[in-house]
Write a protein that binds this ligand. Structure first.
Ligand code: HEC
Ligand code: HEC
Length: 213
């Protein structure tokens, strides 16, 4: 008796989970992103580095972010009022549409890092953080959650990073480290990761991520 009650609960819980995260309609979403396109592009590849690319970002992650942005939990001044009249279904549809688009990969740049000999070495330094983290300071490897190619983990709600603008990635890591980006329970995970990243490591890993695919 107790056992069957439990298994019914499990089935119900998984139904709720799939409903909450897999019901966006990309076709319907396409018509709803007209208002976003000026900043994020019609295909989710924004032209301006301060506007993040949304193509292939991850439907579950994006839906969560849109909910946080709409509720004001994640404050994005540029998007003030943009979602005021969007229903939760609209948010899911827009996330499904942008997630279905193909990301155009940014490139890593020739950056100079203090104490690192040249641009090639700076890129390798960033790659090492991404793949191995920093054992000494307790930084977890990014690869474990964001995948070797940077495509993230959609079912878990871990965003795709590969090919994103470096400046945007850097800004987010600084925001987590300062405790300014706090929206949703998943932000806690990233605050823990970013807490021990140095400025130099952040710059290097963001640059590496821009060219990752
Ligand atoms: C006026 C420009 C502008 C418009 C219009 C706009 N956004 Fe944004 N959006 C931004 C900026 C800027 C950020 C990043 C802010 C930051 O640096 O944290 C952002 C962030 C986001 C993020 C978070 C991305 C991530 O990787 O976490 C999502 C999702 C998003 N926007 C979706 C939308 C959708 C959907 C629309 C249309 C309904 C829209 N935006 C309209 C400027 C805009
Ligand atoms: C244990 C899993 C985990 C590890 C390890 C991890 N991340 Fe994350 N990352 C997440 C989750 C979950 C989110 C979504 C957080 C949120 O909702 O704010 C995220 C979000 C991000 C974002 C914001 C993306 C966006 O589109 O706004 C960046 C940037 C990021 N991670 C970079 C990194 C880097 C760099 C590393 C390695 C130094 C790393 N992460 C390691 C789980 C992880």
């Amino acid at each position: 008796m107790k056992k069957s009650f439990l298994s019914i609960l499990c089935i119900l819980a998984s139904l709720v989970a799939t409903q909450a995260f897999a019901s966006g309609d990309p076709e319907a979403g396409k018509a709803k992103v007209a208002v976003c396109a000026g900043c994020h592009g019609t295909d989710g590849n924004s032209m301006v580095p301060s506007f993040p690319k949304l193509a292939g970002l991850g439907e579950k992650y994006m839906t969560e972010q849109l909910r946080n942005i709409k509720s004001g939990e994640r404050v994005i001044l540029e998007m003030t009022g943009t979602l005021s009249f969007s229903s939760d279904q609209d948010l899911q549809d827009m996330a499904a549409y942008y997630d279905s688009q193909t990301r155009v990969i940014s490139e890593a740049s020739n950056i100079d890092l203090i104490g690192v000999s040249g641009p090639k070495e700076a890129l390798a330094y960033g790659e090492n953080i991404y793949r191995a983290g920093n054992m000494k300071t307790g930084v977890a490897a990014c690869i474990g959650c964001h995948s070797p190619s940077g495509s993230g983990n959609n079912p878990a709600g871990y965003p795709a990073l590969g090919g994103q603008y470096a400046g945007y990635i850097e800004k987010q890591l600084l925001g987590y480290r300062r405790g300014e980006r706090t929206s949703g329970t998943n932000a806690l995970i990233m605050r823990g990761v970013a807490a021990n990243l140095s400025d130099k490591e952040i710059k290097a890993v963001a640059n590496y991520i821009a060219g990752l695919n």
